[in-house]
Write a protein that binds this ligand. Structure first.
Ligand code: ADP
Ligand code: MG
Length: 705
């Protein structure tokens, strides 16, 4: 098969490397020139800390706009943020201390929640900001519903800018840091305004016309010197499109190249094991979504190209069955298969499931984790290298160099979002001759479509949205009073008396694992002596030895223990269909997706199930969980509440989600168009050799250099 020669000898990049590598432009001198800040060391350092090293950096520095504002309901304790809100109530309040002017307190709200905002020293504001007024406030949140205002403005007064010489001096316009002011930045931008014209346009004119996009110099100009309402946003959108588009092109090229340069064993032979398993051993009928997933896998396996599939499935949607199918498909063709899980508890559980299903006569399987004793490990490694062992389940211990396979054809990665990208990539290392195993990545963290496209664009995606039949949504309640606590324990006892089981998730101690373990022990003792006296309770926390954890888990799985008191080690994957109640302490300290994962431990059988979240009743996250059971919709809500950065586990602040201009929480449509255009482009010109694509090729240096 023809491979574009300019790529032929290049190493493929991982998605993570691509994301980490900023797209850099061939910069003509004016844009590449170092930025002279002039006004002293402090300001220079501040500029550097904002990433403003060159004139080009400055001109690509996004002025403060909507995307910099946060949701009122989602602010963490101590967080400094800008919010756009409406005044609901406002009043002055006298201050006890002498010589101080009365405070102004205003109840303010946006769609996500309500805050009590405090203005110091400006009593006249109570008359000025009447209920109904829309304000932009900057200040600090205390995480408990109070917000101390540092600066404020009527939204109508917010600058929309003027021409390059328009009078906007002194207005908070650019996000800044200590040492440099927005006014200083504005002055610098003005000074270098002409350099906008030097910006190189990577997008072909035809594409820009079809998408109705400004050219690059024009976009930069509108960003800083908007001439009409909405011009700034137009500029941002253009730059965001470019950013998303170029990344999509890179991912698409990588995907293609990967498929052309490596191959995987063709697995399209007879289905003895899988057929027998599906017909005889599986205790239920597959859901339609599961069947479709199996079909997609079959098509991948028959193609000769390595499968690179991401299976996104709602918690409890039955991903394990799909995983086992994929593993068995390799085994029945005489190949080896590996299943990697993020925790020992989960690996152990999968291993037991496999043993229960098949017994060792049918498929020889081994378990390899960090706590596998050395002698055993040596034995397993020998059997894997010789090919004697068909199937191995394990943690990241599987990707250590000492673990060699004889003919590995299938790798399944469960809860793949829990692994570092590097760890995932290590498994995919090609063997000599460019042969790689098929890969199935599974995640229960529902990834909103935008993220799937932008971060996993090189994987094929299958969704399992449907839950097995007979499942009811887990009734979820937010509790915060003592009376509710007593009722909660009464309800748990009733379930236990009925033969069901319960999870209790301990108060969260983030400071250290040791403190967390102690808190867990204390809670365990308290429950044993008090509200759950007389019931069989086991405890699992992170500091226990693996064997102890295994024993506790086994007792709970077998039904010998009625209650599992645990830290969040049970968050991923644990499957005990007889468990029907979960009580989560300190629930408002967890994120939405984590709570959704936790909740997914119940409601797995046909019994009605219940989840009790102890935490602030007005927490928007807890409220979302109580009212919504669909993980995909919760993920969207999460995205809206938190902004996109946190969701992918990057730092929280502004743009550290790897995007400079795009904001995935609101640029969904833009992203979809960009991805579509990228696919079309790569289809038509996979070598990027057409003259109008030369600049695209040159701004993807991470691919071609
Ligand atoms: P997850 O997608 O969260 O990993 P699991 O694979 O652990 O979910 O499945 C959750 C539960 O549903 C398990 O107890 C499993 O046996 C059961 N299950 C899976 N598929 C079906 C099905 N088609 N019908 C009924 N129960 C199923
Ligand atoms: Mg699972």
């Amino acid at each position: 098969m023809a491979v574009p020669t300019r790529f032929a000898s290049r190493q493929p990049l991982t998605a993570a490397e691509l994301l980490a590598a900023p797209v850099r432009y061939p910069s003509p001198a004016r844009l590449a020139a170092p930025l002279q800040v002039g006004a002293g060391v402090k300001a220079r350092e501040a500029a550097v800390s904002l990433g403003l090293l060159t004139v080009g950096d400055l001109l690509e520095y996004l002025p403060r706009d909507q995307r910099e504002t946060r949701s009122a309901g989602a602010l963490a304790a101590g967080e400094s943020a800008t919010i756009v809100v409406e005044v609901r109530r406002i009043a002055t309040r006298p201050v006890r201390r002498r010589g101080m002017r009365p405070l102004v307190e205003a109840t303010v709200a946006d769609a996500s929640g309500t805050l009590l905002a405090t203005f110091f020293n400006q009593p006249w504001l109570a008359a000025r900001y009447r209920p109904g007024t829309r304000l932009m406030l900057h200040g600090r949140a205390d995480g408990r519903g109070r917000f101390t205002v540092q600066t404020h403005a009527l939204t109508d007064d917010l600058p929309t800018g003027g021409g390059p010489d328009g009078a906007q001096a002194g207005v908070g316009h650019y996000p800044v840091t200590d040492g440099i002011s927005s006014t200083q930045l504005l002055a610098l931008v003005r000074e270098h305004a002409l350099a906008c014209e030097d910006a190189i346009e990577p997008l072909p004119a035809a594409l820009r016309r079809r998408e109705g996009l400004l050219d690059r110099p024009g976009a930069l100009r509108s960003l800083h010197f908007p001439l009409h309402e909405g011009a700034q946003e137009q500029g941002r959108r253009r730059l965001a499109f470019e950013e998303l588009f170029l990344r999509a092109v890179a991912l698409e090229l990588r995907r293609r190249r990967h498929r052309l340069s490596v191959h995987a064993p063709v697995l399209d032979g007879a289905r003895e094991l899988t057929a027998r398993w599906l017909a005889k051993q599986l205790p239920f009928a597959l859901t339609a979504a599961q069947s479709q997933a199996l079909e997609a896998i079959d098509a991948d396996l028959a193609s000769g190209a390595p499968m690179q599939r991401l299976l996104m499935g709602e918690v409890g949607s039955g991903k394990t069955v799909v995983a086992l199918y994929a593993l068995l498909r390799a085994v029945e063709h005489g190949f080896q298969a590996a299943l990697m899980a993020p925790t020992e508890t989960l690996a152990e559980q999968h291993f037991q499931t496999i043993q229960r299903l098949w017994g060792s006569e049918v498929v020889s399987a081994g378990l390899l984790t960090g706590s596998t004793p050395a002698s055993r490990r040596a034995g397993l490694q020998r059997q894997l290298a010789s090919g004697e062992l068909a199937l191995v389940v394990g943690t990241h211990a599987l990707i250590e160099e000492s673990v060699q396979f004889r003919r590995l054809a299938m790798v399944v990665i469960d809860e793949q979002h829990r692994f570092g990208v590097g760890q995932r990539a290590a498994l995919a290392e090609p063997a000599p001759g460019g042969v790689v195993p098929h890969e199935l990545h599974m995640t229960a963290t529902p990834i909103p479509r935008t993220l799937a496209l932008s971060h996993y664009g090189d994987l094929d995606v299958t969704e399992l949205r449907e839950l097995p039949r007979g499942r009811q949504a887990v009734a979820t309640y937010v509790c915060d009073s003592d009376a509710e606590r007593q009722r909660a324990y009464a309800r748990i006892r009733a379930e236990l008396d009925d033969g069901r089981q319960a999870y209790i998730v301990c108060p969260l101690v983030e400071e250290s694992a040791a403190l967390q373990a102690r808190a867990a022990k204390t809670e365990y003792e308290r429950l044993r002596q008090g509200p759950l006296r007389g019931y069989e309770i086991v405890l699992i926390h992170g500091q226990m030895r693996a064997a102890q954890k295994q024993e506790a888990m086994a007792r709970f799985t077998a039904g010998a223990a009625q209650v599992l008191v645990a830290t969040t080690v049970i968050e991923v994957g644990v499957d005990v269909p007889n468990a029907t109640v979960m009580l989560v302490e300190d629930a408002d300290r967890y994120g939405i997706s984590q709570l959704h994962q936790l909740r997914g431990r119940v409601g797995r059988g046909h019994h009605e199930s219940l989840c009790l979240l102890f935490g602030r009743r007005d927490s928007p996250r807890l409220r979302a969980l109580a009212s919504e059971s669909d993980g995909f919709r919760l993920a969207e809500a999460d995205l809206a509440l938190r902004g996109h950065g946190e969701l992918v586990g990057t730092r929280q602040s502004g743009r550290d989600d790897g995007h400079r201009f795009a904001d995935l929480s609101r640029d969904q449509e833009l992203l979809e168009r960009a991805v579509l255009r990228a696919r079309v482009l790569v289809d038509e010109d996979p070598g990027l050799s057409a003259p109008e694509h030369a600049l695209i090729a040159s701004v993807l240096p991470t691919i071609v250099a």
